[in-house]
Design a binder for this molecule. Structure first.
Ligand code: F6R
Length: 640
């Protein structure tokens, strides 16, 4: 409850005008801070119930959202003696059919993340049973409902939210009064689950889920949402009308619900995205640019044609008072965007750089391009990469992970069989072929040799692309960050070892420029961890190493989305020929062509998506009234 807000974890924008919002919500700077706040609320509830000599009945969720909450609860148990003996849990859902021993099961998930590490009594754990037979399932669901009632109902329900707006697995169309039952999973939900099942064909089509009514009867509900992947559904849920199309909107009628979010998830809320429509603003230059580009897009007019009347009609009269007239404001913002455009991403030598995104000096820079997977470099900034080399900078590319998980068995088999032609007696090669041929869809962990082969395939594809761009092989670095090498989609957490690897390559190159994927919407999180590894390294090095004072960091975005126009601080245009060169560089990543394993819900190949996105960025600039380029790659500076 809000009164339980702990001063240790203060949300951002706590007392803002929430006039468009129909659900109480708080936003934290990071999902870690937010999770700690939620864990604290749960711990307080458990302790309060202990004082009253009562059980504490928790409804629990799985998925990526609650992981850090569980981690913090485990920590509190281990370090602060938080006792779980009075806790009874009911999980929201389970795939159907699903064996308890399957590492994709929610049974496995809950034990791995929480139950195995706290002193909860096994008989107090309730998770829908994914092995129940068709004949028994109806009664089983009724019994599950009754059991929740028999212990006094849920005191607290933890929820995540799916991109379909599902809570539990109550997919669009679910009824307000629904109880625990079998449900058919929505296609988007199955796409989102596909990475952990290594392909959508392995994702179960059905699940058992608590109903909307089961959830709504909880005395307290907290829904967690992290990252930009959730921002659209969060806006629809908090600001939209109640509708079965977005089942989470039913929570608008629950009187004790809080949505706890990070800044990515809340970024589409009207209050955050267009604050001038809601409240008086402190107008700094960034906010002015955001507002002006927003208005230009809304009215479908170039910036230089926006009028005083249009500003006044769209919540920006106060801005005009500050700026004088639309004419002055328009020119100022137009110039600001104009100055982001450069064909010299490493800085234009021997020229006035006061209005350019990069410094002129030194004229030859040392550059590291960090690429989370062995293809993000060319997909996201292939044109800029090419220019940096051609303009004579000392460019290095560092592939942060091996990307081995994303190579299909068929692709690996192809290479193993070719290798066998030259080494017919090699036990290693024969073992690899044998392993792949006998691999069952559910045996998702490859042998070490298969993983190595898959990683090596990606390595030689990367070298194909970097050689095509004329980069010497000695400037290509494969970091194989340890967090990634689990053999499964679920990655380990970031450790000191990862940061040490990052620091050592930075120290070796002593770069003037670093490029990195500032992509927080990567469906399976690798980009985010890679970015965290860089940020942690920069933080440690900034005071240790003199050369870091002269190092600028530019963030590009991966295949999933682009910076908004107002966020772009360097825009590198590409000619049609450069677009073709970039396309060719991407083509070297053959294992990622034709039905990539982790495509998300966009089935186009990466080169098509990349071209489309670069064309779109150019169009956005053109719509704002700037020159009409064929394509643009976009970057935002990160200050550390
Ligand atoms: C899980 C569940 C689902 C998830 C939702 C979000 O028990 O019921 O509703 O909470 O799909 O999943 P993540 O957190 O992985 O984004």
């Amino acid at each position: 409850m809000l009164k339980q807000l702990h001063t240790k974890h203060q949300p951002v924008g706590q007392f803002e005008d929430t006039r468009f919002e129909k659900i109480h919500n708080v936003t934290y700077k990071s999902s870690l801070e937010a999770s700690n706040f939620v864990a604290l609320e749960i711990a307080d509830l458990i302790k309060e119930k202990q004082r009253q000599n009562k059980n504490c009945v928790l409804g629990l969720a799985t998925g990526s959202s609650p992981i850090k909450v569980y981690e913090e609860l485990v920590r509190m148990h281990k370090e602060e003696g938080l006792c779980f003996e009075n806790v009874i849990t009911f999980n929201l859902d389970e795939y159907l059919p699903m064996d308890k021993s399957n590492i994709q099961s929610y049974f496995y998930f809950m034990h791995e993340h929480l139950f195995n590490h706290v002193n909860i009594l096994p008989e107090n754990i309730n998770i829908p049973d994914g092995t129940i037979s068709k004949e028994d399932i109806y009664q089983y669901c009724i019994d599950y409902e009754m059991k929740i009632k028999s212990v006094g109902g849920l005191d607290f329900q933890l929820l995540g939210i799916g991109r379909t707006g599902h809570i539990g697995f109550n997919e669009p169309g679910s009824h307000l009064n629904s109880g625990t039952r079998v449900i058919t999973l929505n296609h988007i939900t199955r796409i989102d689950a596909a990475p952990s099942f290594l392909g959508i064909e392995n994702v179960p089509k059905k699940a058992i889920t608590m109903g909307i009514n089961t959830v709504k009867e909880a005395k307290r509900i907290v829904l967690l949402a992290w990252g930009e992947n959730k921002k659209k559904i969060i806006k629809e849920t908090i600001e939209g009308e109640i509708s079965a199309d977005v089942p989470a909107t039913y929570l608008q009628e629950h009187t004790n619900t809080t949505f706890v979010m990070d800044e990515g998830a809340s970024s589409e809320l009207t209050r955050v995205k267009t604050p001038w429509l809601v409240k008086p603003c402190v107008w700094n230059d960034d906010l002015k640019l955001k507002a002006v580009t927003w208005l230009s897009k809304l009215l479908n007019k170039p910036i230089l044609k926006l009028t005083d009347k249009e500003y006044n009609n769209n919540g920006m009269s106060e801005l005009l008072t500050e700026e004088g007239t639309a004419y002055d404001l328009n020119i100022k913002m137009f110039n600001r965007i104009q100055n982001t455009i450069t064909g010299w991403p490493g800085g234009k030598p021997f020229s006035d750089d006061s209005k350019r995104p990069e410094r002129a000096n030194p004229s030859k820079k040392r550059v590291i391009i960090f690429s989370p997977h062995p293809d993000d470099d060319v997909i996201s900034m292939g044109g800029t990469f090419d220019r940096l080399i051609q303009q004579g900078h000392e460019v290095h590319v560092a592939y942060q992970t091996s990307g081995n998980i994303a190579v299909s068995d068929e692709e690996a088999l192809k290479f193993a069989e070719i290798s066998k032609i030259f080494n017919p007696e090699s036990t290693k090669v024969n073992d690899i072929i044998e392993f792949i041929k006998n691999k069952h869809a559910n045996d998702i962990i490859d042998s070490l040799d298969v993983r190595k082969l898959k990683g090596d395939i990606r390595k030689s594809e990367s070298l194909g692309a970097t050689r095509y761009l004329d980069l010497p092989d000695e400037n290509v670095h494969f970091l194989n960050l340890p967090f990634y090498e689990t053999g499964t989609i679920k990655k380990g957490g970031l450790t000191k070892d990862d940061i040490t690897v990052m620091k050592s390559i930075i120290d070796k190159v002593q770069p003037h420029q670093i490029y990195a994927a500032g992509d927080l919407a990567d469906p399976h999180g690798t980009h985010k961890v890679c970015l965290d590894a860089l940020f942690a390294a920069l933080e440690e090095m900034k005071n240790e190493k003199e050369y870091m004072k002269d190092c600028w960091v530019w963030l590009y975005r991966g295949a999933w989305h682009e910076w908004d126009s107002h966020e772009i601080e360097m825009a590198v245009p590409m000619s049609p020929d450069q677009v073709l060169r970039k396309r060719h560089a991407i083509f070297f990543h053959q294992s990622q062509k034709d039905g990539v394993m982790f495509q998300g819900d966009d089935s186009r190949e990466f080169w098509v998506r990349a071209e489309d996105r670069n064309r779109l960025t150019a169009k956005k600039y053109n719509d704002l009234g700037l020159t009409d380029y064929a394509a643009i790659e976009a970057f935002k500076r990160y200050h550390f």
